[in-house]
Design a protein around this ligand. Structure first.
Ligand SMILES: *Cc1c(COP(=O)(O)O)cnc(C)c1O
Length: 378
């Protein structure tokens, strides 16, 4: 069976984890955590990066930093992972979904402004598949309406928008290092604090609402409970694993892009024959090959293609049942405007295996099988 994903291993993970064990310092904010945070700050040009236990937790920290009141509104796409919405619902916010663009599956930036009300506090663009949302437009709307922008860049590590790293454009950005993402520590994430007015409070929130981090830096002489917060620090073991991946991120990125481009080239004839739709990468974006997906005619065709591939030992996947159609979505959200594309396009999408060092022959085999499926079906 060709698996859907294999978490990347670069070869240095064992050595770094061994260093942590031998150093007898396993809790958070040790040397590897610092190396990872500094690496991200330097390579992506963010003033301050805090490693977290997950992207979900980075989003939760962002939501706390917004100081949301009951009934405040946050605008985002419905075609996303639950954590994008949950983080803000946990603070009492109401989620206002707007439709996506069918070409990138990202929030349609032209629909955001109409969804803004007196109660709107933030916009949360999600960079689906590591392909950038139209950030210039989104930042301009936010500035005009005095809103904050939190980028869900869980899938966007190493992607650029007009030369700027995803996650560094909004006031806050959130990364994921879950094992399904391009760079991983099993579970992990980061909060990128691009608006430096949030730095001090973010450090407090991450340290259980205490000023422990200022205490460790010698800025206060004792540490106490000063704000709400939780425990959002990953262990040094996770950071050591992650650092091995960040160091080789160029290699991983190049390798993934090569696989992505191979899929694209081999499947292009099917798009030319109007059998499928391939991903679209806007000129403003240089992407990180997080995912390779195709879109077929409808949900029935998708179901039969997934089954067809499974019988030929290929694991494919779909995801994101739009949040506004879900049980919790009905309670905590509204969909502003019409759902023209969110449901329809999500039902057409199927993801193909893509991971670091996926053999070329696997990609060739998968593409051949997809060609066969379409030559048999019509
Ligand atoms: C993976 C993902 C998350 C959650 O990341 P975790 O690190 O698993 O919490 C959030 N948003 C999007 C868009 C994701 O793809």
């Amino acid at each position: 069976m060709i698996p859907f994903n294999i978490p990347p291993v670069t070869g240095r993970e064992n050595e770094y984890i061994k260093q942590v064990i031998e150093g007898k310092r396993l809790s958070g904010d040790g040397p590897f955590t610092h190396q990872c945070s500094r690496w991200i700050e330097k390579h992506f040009n963010s003033p301050k990066v805090l490693l977290t236990t997950s992207c979900t937790h980075a989003l939760e920290m962002a939501a706390i930093l917004l100081d949301l009141k009951e009934g405040d509104e946050v605008i985002m796409p419905s075609y996303t992972f639950v954590s994008t919405a949950n983080a803000f619902v946990l603070r009492g916010a109401k989620i206002v979904f707007v439709d996506i663009r069918p070409d990138t599956m990202n929030i349609d930036e032209t629909l955001i402004e109409a969804a803004i009300t007196e109660r709107t506090k933030a916009i949360v663009p999600v960079h689906y598949a590591g392909v950038a949302c139209e950030m210039d437009t989104i930042m301009k709307i936010a500035l005009e309406h005095n809103l904050l922008v939190i980028e869900d860049a869980a899938q966007g590590v190493m992607s650029l928008y007009n030369g700027r790293a995803l996650g560094t454009i909004g006031h806050l950005g959130c990364y994921s290092f879950h094992e399904t993402k391009n760079y991983s520590s099993g579970e992990g994430g980061a909060l990128l604090i691009n608006d430096s007015t949030f730095i001090d409070r973010a450090e407090i929130i991450r340290e259980k609402g205490t000023n422990r981090s200022r205490f460790l830096q010698g800025q206060v002489d004792k540490y106490t409970w000063v704000d709400i917060g939780s425990s959002y620090l990953p262990s040094e073991l996770n950071a050591a694993y992650l650092f091995a991946q960040l160091e080789l991120s160029e290699e991983i990125n190049t390798n993934r892009l090569k696989s992505w481009n191979r899929y694209y080239k081999l499947l292009k004839p099917l798009e030319n024959n109007n059998k499928i739709v391939l991903p679209y990468i806007p000129e403003t974006c240089s992407h990180n090959a997080h995912m390779f997906y195709i879109k077929v005619k409808d949900v029935e065709e998708r179901t039969s293609l997934i089954q067809y591939l499974k019988e030929r030992k290929i694991t494919s996947a779909f995801h994101y049942v739009p949040l506004h159609n879900s049980e919790a979505g009905e309670k905590h959200s509204t969909f502003y405007g019409k759902d023209v594309y969110t449901t329809k396009e999500s039902e057409r999408l199927i993801r193909l295996p893509l991971f670091f060092n996926i053999p070329e022959k696997d990609i060739d085999y998968i593409c051949n099988q997809i060609h066969l499926f379409f030559s048999l079906s019509k």
